[in-house]
Design a protein around this ligand. Structure first.
Ligand code: ZN
Ligand code: ZN
Length: 362
């Protein structure tokens, strides 16, 4: 389906939602939901969705770009965007309007309310479009596949050159450089490179610390390609790992494979988390698994569903999620293994091609 037709198909689903909720319109401020329904990627925009129309407001810097990216009616604002939106609401006689408090500042909200015609009813909505975004279209899945491939290829290229003496920052710079050379727009989050005991920090930022013999090396990286994210973690070893490290690696891998095995449509998200946790409990490592098993990804690196202890979202065909159990201890370090997977009719497809066999570098 041509991408523009996809935007209008998404908007039709929203229009049905407006009707069901007895709303006249939905206001989206800048962010992934706005991009999802319009295609617009500029840095200043607001989108007004009514049952029949989509009005995209932006400023003169983006008029041309908006014309190229979206099939919405583009309104170039001379004043503050939300003041222009309020004028349109008056003209279109919209009475009940939904908005997203999570994506608006208090300041913008006050400004907007002051400009609205008297009697407009504002209805806060949370995770409406995010829920719609959970199931990906074939075009989106294709972008995620390509993003995953580029990400893994960048990792592969850099791992062949990693050796003791390289700093975490050097490695992160190489990974991001390769990723872009291979076609990514940018990393989908700040690349995590941690060596030695710093691997115990699940979200370590790369430092000037240099890789030493017998260190562990944890890399968590993702790319944005055509706007879509990938996400992968691998933990490798410089020289032969200790017996203990080898045993923990095997346990984390078993937890990851068991969680992947559990994924199927109709299953509640938290059950995937349970599957990973149960394996780590057998090894008495579950207390050291301090985050959730995974998350959805797409236009954002973290999207619903959350594969944590409580999310009862039913998995559906076409959801793209990560599976990433990990074990962290300040004396020992940390080991995490993460793949991007796609929920399919029969279970799931692991999109990440990178090997999960214990890898010894240099
Ligand atoms: Zn990750
Ligand atoms: Zn992740």
């Amino acid at each position: 389906m041509p991408i523009n037709r996809e935007f209008s198909a998404r908007a039709r689903v929203v229009a049905e939602g407006l009707e069901a909720r007895q709303l006249d319109g939905l206001l989206l401020t800048l962010g992934p939901n706005l991009t999802y329904l319009s295609g617009f990627t500029g840095s200043n925009g607001a989108l007004l969705v009514t049952p029949r129309r989509r009005l995209l407001f932006t400023d003169p810097r983006y008029t041309l770009q908006a014309g190229q990216e979206t099939d919405c009616e583009v309104r170039t604002a001379r004043k503050a965007l939300l003041t222009e939106v309020a004028s349109a609401i008056r003209r279109l006689k919209l009475k009940r309007l939904a908005y997203e408090p999570a994506r608006m500042t208090c300041e913008a909200m006050h400004e907007f309310e002051a400009a609205l015609p008297l009697g407009t009813v504002l209805v806060p909505v949370t995770e409406w479009i995010e829920r719609q975004r959970m199931v990906k279209s074939p075009t989106e899945i294709d972008a995620i596949r390509r993003s995953v491939r580029v990400n893994s290829e960048a990792y592969e290229q850099v791992m062949t050159m990693v050796k003791p003496g390289m700093s975490e920052r050097d490695i992160a710079a190489e990974l991001e450089y390769r990723m872009r050379r291979l076609g990514a727009e940018k990393p989908s989050f700040e690349t995590i490179v941690a060596s030695g005991k710093r691997t115990a920090l699940p979200h370590a930022q790369p430092t000037s610390a240099r890789l030493k013999p017998r260190d562990m090396l944890l890399v968590d990286m993702g790319a944005f390609l055509d706007g879509y994210a990938s996400d992968m973690t691998r933990t490798a070893f410089v020289g032969t790992p200790t017996r203990k490290a080898e045993a923990v690696y095997a346990a984390v891998l078993e937890a990851q494979l068991t969680a992947i095995e559990a994924v199927r449509p109709g299953l509640e998200a938290y059950k995937v988390d349970q599957a990973a946790r149960r394996v780590l409990r057998e090894f008495d490592l579950d207390d050291l698994f301090t985050h959730s098993t995974g998350h959805g990804l797409g236009l954002e690196i973290h999207e619903p569903p959350r594969l944590g202890r409580r999310d009862r979202t039913l998995l559906e065909v076409g959801m793209a999620i990560t599976i990433e159990p990990g074990v962290y201890h300040e004396d020992f370090g940390g080991i995490r293994i993460e793949d991007t997977v796609l929920v399919t009719a029969t279970g799931c497809e692991v999109l990440t091609p990178t090997s999960k066999e214990l890898r010894v570098l240099g």
